[in-house]
Design a protein around this ligand. Structure first.
Ligand code: CA
Length: 225
C-alpha cells in the first residue's frame, strides 16, 4: 500500500513515514499544500493523509482541487483542533475520514488500512483504465487495443498506469523516477528511457493509436496520434 503524507510539521510527517514503513507500507511526504497537490494528482497513492493547516495551499483546497480533477484516492484529513466547522468543510469537500490531533498512531494505522481496503475493492469493480482505443486492466497488467493485447511487467505497468491517469499531461522523467523507483533508488533517467521504449514497442505491437510523446528535455505524455 502506498501512502502520501501532506503535513508541514516535519517531525510528525517523518515519524508517520517510519510508522507506515514499519507496517510494510510505502510512504512519501510533502511539506506544503502545493507539493502535496502535485504529488496527489499523480493518482498512484492508495490513501492520502492530509493536514488542513498547510503553507502554500490549505488541505481543504488541496482536496477540492483533487476531487475536481477526478482523483478519487481516499483522504484522511488531520485537524489541529477539535473544530466542527473544519470537519464539516472537509467532509463536504470530499474527505473520507478525519482525525483530530493529537491522535494515537494505532488509530491512524487502522483507519488508513480500512480506507486502503476500500480503495482496493473499488479498483476491482472499476478495473480498467481507458484512453481512446487503449485500455489497461489493473488486476492482470494487460494492455489492450481492440482484440490485441499484451502483458506488461511490473515497472512497465506502473509507468503506463501513471501515464494513463495523467493522460495528455506531461510527466517529467524526474517525476516518473521518484514515483516508480522511489526517492532513494539508484535508478537514473536512462532506466526511465528504457522502459518507455519497451512500452512504445508494446503500443506498436497492439496497434493502438495512442502513443507516448517525448518533450525533449522535459518528459513524456500520452497522446492520440
Ligand atoms: Ca499544519
Amino acid at each position: 500500500m502506498k501512502i502520501l503524507i501532506v503535513e508541514d510539521e516535519k517531525r510528525l510527517a517523518d515519524a508517520l513515514v517510519q510508522i507506515f514503513t514499519k507496517n510494510k507500507m510505502t510512504a512519501d511526504t510533502s511539506y506544503n499544500g502545493i507539493d502535496g497537490l502535485d504529488n496527489a494528482l499523480s493518482g498512484i497513492y492508495d490513501v492520502i493523509v492530509l493536514d488542513i493547516m498547510l503553507p502554500g495551499m490549505n488541505g481543504i483546497d488541496v482536496l477540492r482541487n483533487l476531487r475536481k480533477d477526478g482523483i478519487k484516492t481516499p483522504v484522511i484529513l488531520l485537524t489541529a483542533k477539535d473544530e466542527i466547522s473544519d470537519k464539516v468543510r472537509g467532509l463536504d469537500s470530499g474527505a473520507d475520514d478525519y482525525l483530530t490531533k493529537p491522535f494515537a498512531t494505532e488509530e491512524l494505522l487502522a483507519r488508513v488500512r480500512a480506507l486502503g481496503r476500500r480503495s482496493a475493492t473499488e479498483l476491482v469493480c472499476d478495473d480498467t483504465l481507458s484512453y481512446s482505443d487503449l485500455s489497461l486492466e489493473l488486476s492482470t497488467y494487460t494492455l489492450s487495443c481492440k482484440s490485441n493485447s499484451v502483458k506488461l511487467g511490473l515497472k512497465e505497468f506502473s509507468i503506463m498506469e501513471m501515464l494513463l491517469r495523467n493522460r495528455e499531461r506531461v510527466l517529467t522523467k524526474e517525476n516518473l523516477l521518484v514515483k516508480i523507483w522511489g526517492y532513494d533508488s539508484d535508478a537514473e533517467y536512462n532506466n526511465v528511457e528504457v522502459y518507455i521504449s519497451f512500452l512504445r514497442k508494446k503500443l506498436g505491437y497492439i496497434k493502438s493509436n495512442v502513443s507516448i510523446k517525448t518533450l525533449r528535455g522535459v518528459g513524456y505524455s500520452l497522446e492520440t496520434k
